[in-house]
Write a protein of this length. Structure first.
Lengths: 122, 143, 663
């Protein structure tokens, strides 16, 4: 069974790109969220195998959302999506429990490599 | 580098993906900006933010009819956004090599091939400078 | 430090929030008997940190000192969770109780209890928890540890591994990758001696892409290798068993085993955040209430005289109430600048260390308050100014000695209230800015002609450093932040309605002066229609409205003039002034003429329609809209429509000369 992914980003555009990458890589995107609050709700509802999480979002940023998700499920696998120049925030997210990160604009091979590592598939 | 490919009338253009925040449907109407040049469509609101929108075809002086409805490509610049009205967005493609041809102005980086097609790759900083000029009351400078 | 401002109005808030944090601390400490997790320790740390911050802003030094020792202890425990035993918990609980006593004393305005002995005990315990040292004598093995460590009983040290890692060269953010690998290893046990130091790793300075850490863990070799293999772009170079006995603590060792610096800018406690978001909503709602009130008044216009009078009376009262509500909300939004300055000492130390500078950062006036929206916007610019001061301003110690300056540079960040503005200054005693070099660079980049550069006054020449793409830095370092330079600082300051000024003296230092408004501005507008468009005229500048026909205007030297009171004022078409198309008009039809006060005297502006009054929140214009002459700002009406607010005083002249460097 293909792994189930939740894609979190406030830009529909960016979500579409990431969804396409996952679809092509044989993953199934089971849900998406446009802000941190929604991300936490969707996580509880869907219990995905993996979450990709944007750093900067309205309502609740990716770091807080990651913390909240991990509070509810310590085994949650959250991969941050960051842009160049956001190094400090990514490190904060890692401190908060994110397992890895991908750099925007996302390249399919990088995303899939990171995700497979995280899921222990390679 | 990944680029967003879009149409102005029937021609393909490209902008680097990392400069694009999102693409939205063009609004029904804009609020007019005083003193602005023809290329300026006006301002629109997007989730409470006031975003200036420029008709990209006019800005590039292509002599096109403004798109009937069109899409607004939102560029994300430092702490601000800029909307470019285009005809339609096609998708995302990887563009590595940009040839120097077609550099008619600072707004154009050059031409690139995507498969069998030729696209004009635009320069974000050049566009920004041209847009800024089209909002100011200064006479147009040589670009 | 005695607080210079009236803290009494914060006292109840301090008491309730500090109590909340102390309660949570106590509860969580007890809950730790169920198991110690890094998250739990982080949470304890945050509570202590919050109490410290609040006590600091209230000027309660003894409370701050006590909370600080607790915070230090937690910070140490974070890197050695295995040492968190009952003895630690007992002492912390004692400190929590003592802090509770402080809060009570503050509330009753009594002197604080003396906790010197307790603080000394906390410090001693913190010292004893240094990684590599043996457990406290005061915590004998008989004291059952609160948690089972991965390493088993304390008496037997788990095996130590020297783990050498390589980060792939193509990795987009090698520093973060390295940090991620470090954190993953940390989940297996205790880490010692990171070479190069963790700070270097985080900054991506990895010789040959490699770094090494010592890991103390009971996990089997294969598990360590597996953990590394799960980090993309990181490769395990070698994994060797090293002597278990920890080396004696040496000064050098501190660097490698130091607990990771906590994240700069600790988030405020959750309850505060919820409340401030609520404040945003309050402000929006208060704004909408004002619009709704205006709507009711509008409806009243179609009523009969007698009813209208009664309705107006009620709407006036309603408007007054809503205005009062709005004022209260604005007041509640006031936030001390300390929200952004609190993290600066830490940041300054980090930057100075990375750049090999010695710095003393002097903060003053952090208790001064601004609207929270402005404080939020200033966070990055202020940090950037500090970076600039350390990175480009203050010279390395040797150079300072040569110039006869003390080796340690001083950066002063002061905040002052000045009538209805707040002045924020960042001043360094460094090398100062090189005006001639700035000018030369500007000429080289084609921003200025050589002649213009020569005639440019120094004040304006210094502002060249805020032109996009110009920086005095010869190279862009990771600290200065790529691409986000002084132009971004200037934009951010202007976006909140502030101004930026620079003064600098060669060899003596540079001062950046930010003048900021206290609150986000409210303006009362007269909305006028022009064709399909709506514009706002600030009521304060409107002298009156006359309804007449264009045909009835008199002329004076070919200029149409309008009789207004005892005088005549020149009449202009607003559409012509703004260079926008207006409706074709019939000279015999009655049109409204709005008489406004400009810097050049009164002018009557012909418009198509009067659409009523509204009180709105003025938003500053960002580029490119700030280039448009004659605009004071923009606002979004209740129906979502953006409306420009005209800068009536400077309607007829371009109000913004092109900034230097753009001409």
């Amino acid at each position: 069974m293909s792994k189930r992914v939740l894609v979190v980003d406030d830009s529909v555009f960016m979500r579409d790109i990431i969804k396409d990458i996952f679809a092509a890589g044989g993953f199934s995107v089971v849900g998406e969220a446009g802000n941190g609050v929604e991300a936490v709700e969707k996580y509880k509802e869907l219990k995905p195998d993996l979450v990709t999480m944007d750093l900067v979002m309205p309502y609740r940023n990716g770091i807080d959302a990651t913390r909240e998700i991990l509070r509810g499920d310590a085994k949650a696998l959250v991969v941050m999506c960051s842009a160049l120049g956001q190094e400090t925030m990514v490190m904060e997210a890692i401190e908060a429990g994110a397992v890895d990160f991908i750099v925007k604009p996302p390249r399919a091979e990088d995303v899939l490599a990171v995700v497979k590592k995280v899921l222990g598939e390679s | 580098m990944r680029h967003v490919i879009f149409f102005l009338d029937r021609d393909r253009y490209a902008l680097p993906l990392d400069a694009v925040r999102e693409v939205v449907n063009a609004p029904e109407s804009y609020s007019r900006v005083p003193h602005a040049k023809d290329a300026v469509k006006g301002v629109m609101t997007l989730r409470g933010r006031v975003v200036p929108v420029v008709d990209l075809g006019r800005l590039l002086a292509l002599g096109l009819q403004p798109p009937g409805k069109g899409k607004v490509v939102l560029l994300e610049l430092v702490r601000r956004e800029l909307g470019l009205l285009v005809t339609e967005v096609e998708g995302i493609e990887s563009i590595e090599k940009v040839g120097p041809q077609g550099r008619a102005s600072r707004m154009v980086r050059g031409l690139a091939r995507v498969g069998p097609l030729t696209v004009t790759v635009l320069d974000v900083e050049g566009l920004d400078a041209a847009v800024t000029a089209s909002f100011s009351s200064e006479p147009e400078r040589n670009r | 430090m005695a607080a210079q401002w009236d803290t009494s109005r914060y006292l109840s808030l301090f008491v309730s929030e500090a109590t909340e944090h102390l309660d949570a601390l106590g509860k969580e400490l007890v809950r730790l008997e169920g198991g110690v997790t890094p998250e739990a320790i982080d949470s304890l740390f945050r509570h202590a940190h919050s109490v410290k911050g609040m006590a600091g802003s209230m000027g309660y030094d003894p409370t701050t000192a006590l909370a600080h020792s607790v915070e230090d202890l937690f910070e140490r425990v974070r890197s050695a969770p295995a040492r968190f035993d009952r003895a630690v918990a007992d002492l912390v609980l004692q400190a929590v109780d003592a802090l509770g006593g402080h809060v009570k004393a503050a509330n009753e305005r009594k002197p604080f209890p003396d906790n010197t002995a307790l603080i000394a005990q906390l410090k001693e315990l913190t010292q004893s928890l240094r990684p590599g040292t043996t457990p406290l004598p005061s915590a004998p093995p008989a004291n059952a540890p609160l948690l089972e460590t991965a390493g088993g009983p304390e008496s037997e040290l788990p095996p130590r591994w020297l783990v050498t890692l390589r980060v792939a060269t193509h990795s987009a953010q090698p520093g973060v990758r390295g940090f991620l690998a470090y954190k993953r290893l940390a989940s297996l046990g205790n880490l010692f001696r990171c070479t190069p130091s963790l700070d270097e790793v985080k900054a991506g300075r990895l010789p040959g892409g490699t770094f090494a850490v010592e890991l103390e863990s009971t996990e089997p070799e294969a598990a360590v290798a597996k953990t590394v293999s799960q980090v993309a772009d990181v490769e395990l170079v070698s994994l060797t068993r090293v002597a278990s006995a920890p080396p004696p603590p040496a000064p050098e060792e501190t660097k490698g085993t130091e607990p990771e610096p906590r994240v700069v800018g600790q988030e405020p406690p959750r309850t505060v955040r919820v409340r401030t978001e609520l404040l945003d909503e309050f402000l929006d709602l208060a704004g909408e209430l004002m619009l709704a009130t205006a709507g009711v008044r509008e409806v009243g216009r179609s009523l009969q005289e007698e009813l209208r009078g009664r309705l107006n009376e009620t709407t006036d009262r309603l408007h007054g109430l809503v205005r009062g509500l709005h004022d209260k909300v604005m007041k509640a939004r006031m936030t001390p600048v300390s929200v952004i300055t609190d993290r600066l000492p830490r940041a300054a130390r980090d930057i100075a260390r990375r750049r090999g500078r010695e710095i003393e950062l002097i903060l003053s006036g952090s208790e001064v308050e601004l609207d929270r929206a402005i404080v939020d916007e200033l966070s990055d610019p202020v940090l950037h100014l500090l970076r600039n001061a350390i990175d480009h301003g203050v010279e390395p110690p040797e150079e300072r000695r040569m110039r006869g300056k003390p080796p340690r540079g001083t950066v002063k960040l002061s905040v002052k209230r000045a009538s209805d503005r707040v002045l924020l200054e960042v001043e360094d005693d460094g090398r100062g800015m090189d005006v001639e070099r700035l000018k030369a660079l500007a000429v080289e980049r084609g921003l200025l002609t050589a002649e213009a550069a020569r005639d440019l006054p120094e004040r304006e020449a210094l502002m060249l450093s805020t032109a996009p793409g110009l920086s005095t830095a010869a190279s862009v370092t990771d600290i200065s932040g790529r691409g986000v330079g002084m132009d971004a600082v200037k934009k951010a300051v202007e976006a909140v309605g502030g101004t930026l000024e620079i003064t600098s003296r060669r060899g003596l230092g540079t001062t950046f002066r930010l003048s900021l408004p206290l609150t986000v501005a409210m303006v009362n507008l007269l909305l006028v229609g022009l064709g399909d468009d709506v514009y706002g005229l600030p009521i304060a500048k409107v002298a009156g409205v006359v309804e007449t026909t264009r045909a009835s205007l008199a002329h004076s030297r070919d200029v149409p003039v309008l009789q207004f009171g005892a005088s005549v004022v020149p009449a202009r078409e607003l559409s012509a002034v703004l260079e926008v198309p207006g409706r074709p008009h019939d000279v015999a039809a009655v049109s409204p003429f709005v008489v406004v006060d400009t810097d050049d005297g009164r002018v009557a502006l012909a418009v198509d329609a009067l659409l009523g009054q509204e009180e709105v929140v003025l938003k500053a214009l960002t580029r490119p809209l700030d280039q448009v002459p004659g605009l004071a700002g923009v606002t979004v009406l209740g129906n979502g429509r953006p409306v420009f607010i005209l800068d009536v005083a400077r309607l007829e002249r371009p109000n913004r000369l092109p900034a230097v460097g753009e001409a």
